[in-house]
Design a protein around this ligand. Structure first.
Ligand SMILES: [Zn+2]
Ligand SMILES: [Zn+2]
Length: 352
């Protein structure tokens, strides 16, 4: 099957956020310099960037403006709606099911943001986890969030310094607890996994010098989400945004940390004699089908079924015979300086 792979960043904050400082134009330029195709901007409780006419194509980058509904806990990323959901960042009263439902009623899609964020106590970074797992009706959840992963490494001044200078080297991948949640939820219903950056370029004073966490030009090299489309984008903003958001809603997506290696070329297909599907798709199993995962270069490829590993191989490709129903996804680790590092996490295929 021929699919068109578009690479972008989801969840970032511009100067339209109370805690952001970088104008949208500069963010878009940094994305362009990194070869990103799209950005999904999520300022806190505002569509300000859209109101100021910034949504759409900027050179090779398509800017899609969503919003982050961010009371004290239970942050939610909403896209494809025209209404701003107004709220207060200290609020502990609002019920997440209410804003999940509201986004749905408005025809939008929504994602649970950084569900297992812990912050960094030592550096006064508050924790912003998702607390209410009784909710339903959301499209998906953040599986690998750059800030969750990176901040977890800040255990003291030396580790903070290493982390600041070499962020890609300290990232550990999606948290185990998050992957387990995701796998468990997927057994019951479709939950699309996304990669998040949650970058603000927050200025912090360290030893008298103010540094930003992180300049977007750097941040855009870390965690990206790839979307797979049936047809190429046309250069027409409204239609193109729709196509990307539809792929996202369908889970035709994989997450990649691309500081060391680009991930484009990764594929996952499931086929029998009659049909072929890819991540995000449903597949009606007759007897057997072949799951094939290909990486753009050699790595350790793992296939996960319903949360448990069912196959592993080192190479550029793995095939696995599927004879049981279940939810199958893939992970790829790339060896950098003798150590396997988390690289690619696919959305699952749903074998019914
Ligand atoms: Zn948040
Ligand atoms: Zn955020």
């Amino acid at each position: 099957m021929e699919l068109y792979d578009y690479m972008g960043a989801i969840h970032l904050h511009s100067s339209h956020s109370s805690d952001g400082r970088v104008p949208v134009g500069d963010i878009v330029q940094s994305a362009d310099e990194n070869g990103l195709d799209f950005l999904m901007l999520t300022d806190h409780f505002t569509l300000g960037a859209r109101r100021s006419g910034k949504e759409g194509w900027h050179g090779g980058v398509l800017l899609i403006v969503g919003q982050e509904i961010s009371p004290r806990f239970n942050h939610y990323l909403a896209f494809a709606i025209d209404e701003e959901l107004i709220g207060d960042e200290g609020d502990t009263e609002s019920r997440p099911q209410d804003y999940i439902d509201r986004v749905g009623q408005l025809g939008g899609i929504g994602f649970i943001a950084h569900p297992d964020h812990e912050g960094a106590k030592m550096f006064h970074v508050k924790h912003f986890p998702w607390k209410d797992w009784s909710v339903s009706g959301y499209t998906g959840m953040g599986v690998w969030d750059f800030m969750t992963d990176w901040q977890a490494t800040l255990r003291g001044i030396p580790s903070a310094l290493t982390g600041y200078l070499f962020p890609a080297h300290v990232l550990k991948g999606p948290r185990e607890i998050t992957l387990k949640r995701w796998d468990d939820l997927n057994k019951e219903r479709r939950v699309v996994g996304i990669g998040e950056l949650d970058n603000h370029d927050t200025p912090r004073k360290i030893g008298g010098i103010t540094i930003g966490f992180f300049p977007f030009k750097r941040a855009f090299r870390f965690i990206r989400t790839h979307l797979l489309l049936d047809a190429p984008l046309k250069g027409e903003a409204q239609g193109d945004m729709k196509a990307l958001l539809k792929a996202l809603e369908q889970g035709r997506a994989y997450i990649a940390m691309e500081y060391f290696r680009e991930a484009r070329g990764f594929s996952l297909t499931l086929s029998d004699a009659e049909r072929e599907v890819t991540m995000g798709d449903e597949f009606a199993l007759k007897e057997e089908a072949v799951l094939r995962v290909m990486a753009p270069e050699t790595g350790k490829i793992r296939i996960i079924k319903d949360g448990d590993q069912c196959a592993e191989a080192v190479g550029r490709e793995i095939t696995y015979t599927v004879s049981q129903r279940g939810v199958y996804r893939a992970e790829v680790y790339v060896k950098i300086w003798g150590k396997y590092r988390p690289w690619i996490f696919s959305n699952p295929v749903y074998v019914r």
